[in-house]
Design a protein around this ligand. Structure first.
Ligand SMILES: Nc1nc2c(ncn2[C@@H]2O[C@H](COP(=O)(O)OP(=O)(O)OP(=O)(O)O)[C@@H](O)[C@H]2O)c(=O)[nH]1
Ligand SMILES: [Mg+2]
Length: 458
């Protein structure tokens, strides 16, 4: 594939110690003498550029011949570079004006301004990384918690790629046998033994289903866990929200029915990302605004992953009240608040509440809040803590689900001695869908969507 030479500022805008301008493409090295010199007098017609060896020098303004900045230049000959092409990185002082002026010189020397994600796209198109690794680059940049960074780093190292590639190779080998059987229909010996076909199909199906389960179990490490705070009015939901966020986000008053609209904020507890929400207090009311708030809260609770169901110490709450608010299949932590107000041991709870994990807190004084944070992480992590970091994203999951459908059809085909032509279609479909995850068989629309989410310079 033939590419032109692109350039962009690779570091974030603004002032900083160092800013980097990256140039990539067949003309990267040839552009250098037009703006760079090792002495401050003028550009060098033939600077000595050695791959992976830093050169100290100056960038010059074309029109005036003046020095723009003192820089370090790092040439990296392809394929030993980020894009697998010839790459030159210029390390300059980072300020908006100086970076923009140097970039101008590089562009007028003949480079084109890179599109968002174009350097990574080239690394993919040149075969240095697969699509899952390209996605991992953006995940690493955007990671906000140690959990999501761990997944992204493992994906960047190609762990997901290897796992998917293994399954795809199995299918391609099987497909070769099935296609041979199509080409030699008179062969008396069975070319694809049924047991072998079923064994291969089932092993790949189990692997795909394992990945889908992994997504279900662990995607929140990347996407965030939806944590909803709910319960009757005035129990301290908004106070707890503010306490967890460590800022005054929700309005707190002693008037029941203070919170009406849904309030959502991101929160990081022990490296796990949460999307925590404060909801309207649930009770019977004729107030129209409150009613809408309560309806919204109910819908929201149904879509949440973990519920903090709150009551205040000393107040009665029945099973039916809990059931009216929280669907049965939800993970719930019962939070008994305002324990600063009671001296006596707390009252017995009805059985449906007594079996829930329970934490006693005071949102006002911070008592028990660390215990609550621990309960939240324990319940979110389950037994995930020690498992590997290979976690597919939503795009991968969709392809895996479609691959499982094709594999099921192939399985039924083998069981019913279907003709090889039909079997080949199903096996090829599944193999192509796994290829789509890696990028080998991904359409241009998929590539565009992925790379347009990158920032310029990456
Ligand atoms: N003593 C004590 N008071 C608390 C505690 N938590 C909240 N409060 C008080 O209880 C009242 C209600 O608190 P909110 O946080 O607004 O309660 P809410 O559940 O969000 O109420 P609604 O939005 O009306 O449903 C306020 O006066 C708080 O100061 C606590 O732990 N101890
Ligand atoms: Mg409130």
């Amino acid at each position: 594939m033939k590419f032109d030479t692109i350039a962009a500022i690779a570091t974030p805008p603004g002032s900083g110690g160092i800013g980097i301008i990256r140039i990539s493409g067949p003309g990267a090295m040839a552009l250098v003498p037009r703006f760079f010199g090792t002495s401050p007098t003028c550009p060098d017609p033939e600077p000595a550029l050695e791959s992976h060896r830093v050169v100290h020098g100056y960038v010059f303004e074309d029109q005036t011949g003046r020095v723009i900045d003192e820089v370090l230049l790092l040439p990296m000959m392809g394929p030993r570079s980020y894009t697998a092409e010839d790459v030159v990185e210029i390390q300059a002082h980072s300020g908006s004006l100086v970076m923009a002026t140097i970039l101008d010189q590089v562009l007028s020397a003949g480079a084109r301004l890179a599109d968002p994600g174009e350097f990574t796209k080239r690394a993919f198109l040149n075969g240095r990384i697969d699509l899952t690794q390209a996605e991992a680059v953006s995940d690493i940049i955007n990671a906000r918690t140690s959990g999501s960074l761990r997944i992204a780093a493992s994906q960047n190292l190609g762990e997901l790629k290897q796992a998917i590639q293994g399954s795809r190779d199995t299918l391609i080998e099987l497909l070769a046998l099935v296609e041979a059987a199509i080409d030699f229909p008179d062969e008396t010996q069975e070319l694809v033994p049924k047991a072998l076909g079923l064994d291969r199909i089932r092993s790949v199906m189990t692997a795909c289903q394992g990945f889908i389960q992994k997504y279900e179990d662990a995607h929140f490490l990347r996407d965030g866990i939806k944590l909803a705070i709910c319960g009757p009015p005035n129990v301290g939901k908004s106070s707890l929200m503010n306490r967890l966020l460590e800022k005054e986000r929700s309005i707190v008053t002693s008037i029941p029915g203070t919170t009406r609209d849904l309030i959502e904020e991101s929160l990081n507890i022990s490296g796990i990302p949460y999307l925590v929400s404060d909801t309207a207090g649930m009770h019977q009311t004729d107030d129209l605004v409150e009613k809408i708030g309560i309806e919204r809260a109910k819908k929201h609770i149904a879509g949440s992953d973990l519920i903090l169901f709150m009551k205040s110490a000393g107040s009665e709450i029945s099973e039916t009240e809990l059931q009216a608010i929280v669907p049965e299949d939800k993970k719930i932590i019962l939070v008994i608040n305002k324990i600063d107000l009671v001296d006596e041991p707390l009252e017995d709870l009805p059985p449906a509440l007594a079996k829930l994990p329970c934490v006693k807190v005071s949102a006002l004084t911070d008592l028990g809040i660390d215990d609550l944070r621990k309960q939240i992480t324990d319940l979110s992590m389950g037994d995930l803590a020690d498992t590997s970091s290979v976690v597919p994203n939503l795009r991968h999951r969709k392809a895996l689900e479609r691959a499982v459908e094709s594999l099921k059809a192939a399985e039924t085909g083998f069981l019913n001695d279907q003709e090889e032509e039909t079997l080949a279609i199903d096996i090829r479909n599944a193999a192509d869908l796994l290829g789509e995850i890696l990028g080998d068989t991904a359409g241009i629309d998929i590539l565009d969507t992925i790379f347009s989410n990158f920032c310029i310079g990456k």
